[in-house]
Design a protein around this ligand. Structure first.
Ligand SMILES: [Zn+2]
Ligand SMILES: [Zn+2]
Length: 315
């Protein structure tokens, strides 16, 4: 495998970056034979940055649209779209907002990927490079989840601070009843800040690069899953896992359940709220009740009067 962007002797084999794996594949099959002039070396800095921009944007769009569509068609309960707070053309607006933000988010993200490719991270190639072998990989998976969960909790809470909220985080809260496509619909600064912990981790802790790519895909699936309106949580894990039911209450009631995977930091930070959907008082029950009362013939315009379901003023 080609060592990228590092003078001979500067880097030992096995200390390349995860994005290197992706770049190698892109170079080998597409970019070198069909796109770049033969005179442009694969480890040229500008070429690497351009390739990373293309690969990152394509990857993000495919993950978001592909996984979002699977979730939307096969998991998301379309009855939720009858909820009074589900906006006119909401799905289209969520997709448009996310697809406009992703290219902006990719710019600082690519700067971090570039630092990885240039060998500044602690990513490694082989299980034998892990001091603890396979158990080390398992431990790094756990620590990745705990570390990013903690960071995202505090970043998310910071984004809710009254001096910051309107600047960056408000667009994600337009969707009171999110669809899976709300998962990546963030202001670029918001999206980058909440994604930052994932990118910082391999600069601080050793991590197998394939595991890193798998965790990256998992993170995208999880982010979609907490917006998919499937409120079920396995028995016994309701109070531990931050699922769609928990995150739905974040969108509805605003300053509760800031967490990502676990309820741990919401409990420590006293922002935990037991999900209304798990107590039979969720958005689907609201829809069923309105249907039973015959009030859902035409969509009501409750959301237009600036009051949310619990009567508090919309932020
Ligand atoms: Zn929020
Ligand atoms: Zn959300």
């Amino acid at each position: 495998m080609v060592l990228r962007g590092v003078a001979p002797g500067q880097q030992q084999p096995g200390t390349e970056a995860a994005m290197d794996l992706v770049l190698n594949v892109a170079d080998h099959y597409v970019l070198t034979p069909y796109v770049y002039p033969a005179s442009w070396p694969e480890d040229g800095a500008l070429r690497q940055i351009l390739s990373l921009l293309v690969v990152t944007n394509l990857g993000a769009a495919v993950l978001y649209l592909g996984l979002g569509a699977i979730s939307y068609f096969f998991i998301f309960d379309h009855d939720l779209m009858k909820h009074p707070h589900f906006l006119e053309n909401q799905v289209k607006r969520e997709i448009k907002y996310a697809m406009t933000s992703l290219p902006w988010i990719s710019i600082p993200t690519v700067a971090l990927f570039f630092a990885e490719v240039r060998g500044y991270s602690k990513l490694y190639d082989n299980v034998t490079d892990s001091p603890l072998g396979w158990p080390g990989l398992f431990l790094s998976m756990i620590s990745f989840l705990l570390f990013t969960d903690m960071c995202i909790y505090w970043i998310h809470r910071f984004l809710h601070h009254k001096l910051i909220y309107k600047l960056f985080h408000k667009p994600h809260h337009i969707w009171k009843i999110p669809s899976p496509f709300a998962s990546h619909a963030f202001h670029p600064v918001d999206g980058f800040l909440q994604g930052l912990p994932y990118h910082i981790y391999p600069f601080l802790f050793p991590l197998h690069k394939v595991l890193y790519l798998l965790l990256y895909v998992f993170v995208n699936i999880w982010t979609i899953s907490i917006h998919d309106g499937d409120y079920r949580v396995p028995d016994g894990l309701t109070s531990v896992i931050n699922g769609s039911a928990h995150h739905t209450d974040h969108h509805l009631f605003f300053d509760y359940n800031y967490g990502q995977y676990f309820t741990l930091w919401d409990r420590l930070g006293r922002s935990y709220r037991h999900p209304s959907a798990l107590m039979g008082k969720g958005p689907l029950e609201v829809v069923r009740k309105l249907q039973a009362e015959g009030k859902l013939g035409g969509k009501t315009k409750e959301h237009a009067n600036g009051r949310s379901q619990n009567g508090r003023k919309e932020e």
